[in-house]
Design a protein around this ligand. Sequence first.
Ligand code: FES
Length: 154
Amino acid sequence: MARLEYSKVVLEHFKNPRNVGEMDDADGVGTVGNPVCGDMMELSIKVADNKIEDIKFRTFGCASAIATTSMLTEIVKGMSLEDAENVKWADVVKGLESLPPVKVHCSLLAVDALKAALYEFYKSKGIEREDLKPKEEEEDDHHGDSEKACGPLV
Ligand code: FES
């Protein structure tokens, strides 16, 4: 079985993930995941002055899910809501320098969790943002076949 090569930044974020935890007074909490590979992500945001003032995450996920979400939280903390909703998985991967292709879907999970948190925030304000609404699990094709999507164990 091939061993995946991770960048130093990925390994550093995996070993020392930023912004891990729960948030008692969150303005939006997004929970996404896929029962096929078992990875789950919960991401909470605190909003002030139309910006992400604070952000926390918890995950039952792989090393890449932890590292990509840690990097995502660093990228969007302090960012306007408009800019945050436009952050792409490629921005996260760029921040990490690289990610094995078979693990790119882990960065999608992080971005989806952020969008879900933003969706819940807007919903609490009476604004229905269909474009941020989490997909139903059966429509979620991030993982597909778990063995193919998750790749070799690390
Ligand atoms: S999110 Fe990393 S293996 Fe599915």
